[in-house]
Design a protein around this ligand. Structure first.
Ligand SMILES: [Zn+2]
Ligand SMILES: [Zn+2]
Length: 343
C-alpha cells in the first residue's frame, strides 16, 4: 500500500517503528530493539531493507577493534533496500531499488575529496559505524551514496556486492596487471574477487586456514588454479597477493610469496600486529599497501562490471534477528561465501 506514494514523508499508517539489531556496548551481543521509524532528512531516502550482508568489519565493530565507536549503533553496510520515502531535494520513485555501501558520506571539500580520494576523507561517515546501518528493517541513507543494482541479482545475491565485492574490487585494482594472484583468506570478498580475476584472465592461488579443505574446494570451484594452507608456499612466485584475513602474520608470508616487484595488498580494515620481518623479503622493489574504504567511482565501476562477468554470489541467509548467530559462524569460518540477513 505505501508502495505507491512518491517523495515526501511516509504515508499515514506506515509502520510506526523500526526493528533493529543494536550494538549497545562493545563486546556484547546485539539486541533486538523496536525504535521510532526514522524520517528521511534533506538529501536522504528512507529505505525498506530487503537484505543486508554480514561483513568481517561488523565483527571488528562488535569486538571494539575499530577506533571511536559510538554506541548505540546498528551495524550493517551491505544493504539492498527499496525507497519508501524521500527527504527534501530527493526525487526518486517509491520502490526504486538501491544498494547502500560502507561509504555513507564525505565532506566534498577537503584535499582528499577533491582529488578523487573521498575514501580517505577525514570527515567521511561510514554506514553501520557512524550511521545506523542495515541490521534492521528500515534505514535512512544519503541518496548520493546509494547505487542502483542490476536486475539480474536478487536482493540477497546483491547484498555481498556492496562491500565484499566493492572493497574486493578496489583491492584487485591495486594489484595492477598481476597475472598470478594470491588470495589469503577465502571468505566473502575472495569468492567475488576470484571470479573477477578469472574473468580478467588472471590465475588465482587461494590460501586458507590450515586444514580448511572446504574453503579450498570452494576456491577451486570458483576457478582457482591452486588452493592450499596459508603456511604452504605457493607452487610458483606470484605477481601479487591480496590479504583479506585479519592476520598480521600473513604479511611476511605474502611478501615471501611474491616475486621481485610484486605487490601485497591488505584489504581489511583491521589486522592483528604484523610480526617483525627481515628487510630482504621486502627488498627487490616489492610494494606493501593497504586498501581503505571505497569511493563512489569504485562502486559505479564494479556494479557495472558485476553482471558482465557475471559474478555469482553464494549466500547463506538468516533472519535479521539471527544476526548474532551469523556473526558467530563468520567468526569461526563456517560461512561459505557471505551471510545475508533478511528482515
Ligand atoms: Zn565490509
Ligand atoms: Zn573530504
Amino acid at each position: 500500500m505505501e508502495k505507491h506514494f512518491f517523495c515526501g514523508q511516509p504515508a499515514p499508517g506506515y509502520d510506526a517503528y523500526v526493528k533493529a539489531m543494536v550494538l549497545n556496548r562493545l563486546g556484547e551481543a546485539l539486541r533486538l530493539e523496536h525504535r521510532d521509524n526514522p524520517q528521511p532528512g534533506a538529501g536522504q531516502v528512507l529505505l525498506r531493507i530487503k537484505a543486508c550482508a554480514v561483513c568481517r568489519t561488523d565483527l571488528h565493530l562488535v569486538d571494539g577493534e575499530l577506533p571511536d565507536i559510538h554506541t548505540p549503533i546498528v551495524p550493517g553496510h551491505e544493504v539492498i533496500g527499496e525507497v519508501v520515502a524521500c527527504g527534501d531535494g530527493v526525487d526518486m520513485s517509491s520502490g526504486t531499488r538501491l544498494g547502500v555501501p560502507w561509504l555513507g558520506g564525505s565532506c566534498g571539500t577537503c584535499t582528499y575529496c577533491k582529488n578523487g580520494q573521498e575514501n580517505l576523507c577525514d570527515d567521511a561517515k561510514f554506514t553501520g559505524y557512524h550511521l545506523d546501518g542495515g541490521y534492521a528493517d528500515h534505514m535512512v541513507a544519503d541518496h548520493r551514496y546509494c547505487f542502483p543494482i542490476a536486475d539480474r541479482y536478487s536482493d540477497t545475491e546483491a547484498a555481498p556486492l556492496m562491500c565484499a565485492g566493492l572493497i574486493g574490487y578496489r583491492s584487485l585494482v591495486m594489484t595492477g596487471d598481476a597475472k598470478s594472484l594470491g588470495i589469503y583468506g577465502f571468505g566473502a570478498a575472495a569468492h567475488i574477487v576470484a571470479q573477477v580475476a578469472r574473468y580478467q584472465g588472471r590465475h588465482v592461488y587461494a590460501f586458507t586456514r590450515p586444514g580448511d579443505t572446504r574453503s579450498q574446494t570452494f576456491a577451486r570451484e570458483l576457478g582457482a588454479v591452486w588452493a592450499g594452507d596459508t603456511h604452504e608456499g605457493a607452487p610458483q612466485k606470484l605477481d601479487a597477493a591480496i590479504i583479506f584475513a585479519p592476520a598480521g602474520e600473513l604479511v611476511p608470508q605474502a611478501l615471501r610469496a611474491v616475486r621481485k616487484g610484486g605487490i601485497v595488498v591488505c584489504g581489511g580494515i583491521h589486522m592483528s600486529d604484523i610480526p617483525q620481518f627481515p628487510y630482504e623479503i621486502l627488498w627487490g622493489e616489492k610494494q606493501l599497501r593497504s586498501v581503505a574504504n571505497l569511493t563512489r567511482r569504485d562502486a559505479e565501476e564494479f556494479l557495472a562490471l558485476a553482471p558482465e562477468v557475471p559474478i555469482k554470489t553464494r549466500v547463506q541467509t538468516f533472519a535479521v534477528e539471527q544476526a548474532n548467530q551469523a556473526l558467530g559462524l563468520l567468526r569461526t569460518g563456517q560461512i561459505d561465501g557471505a551471510a545475508v540477513l533478511v528482515p
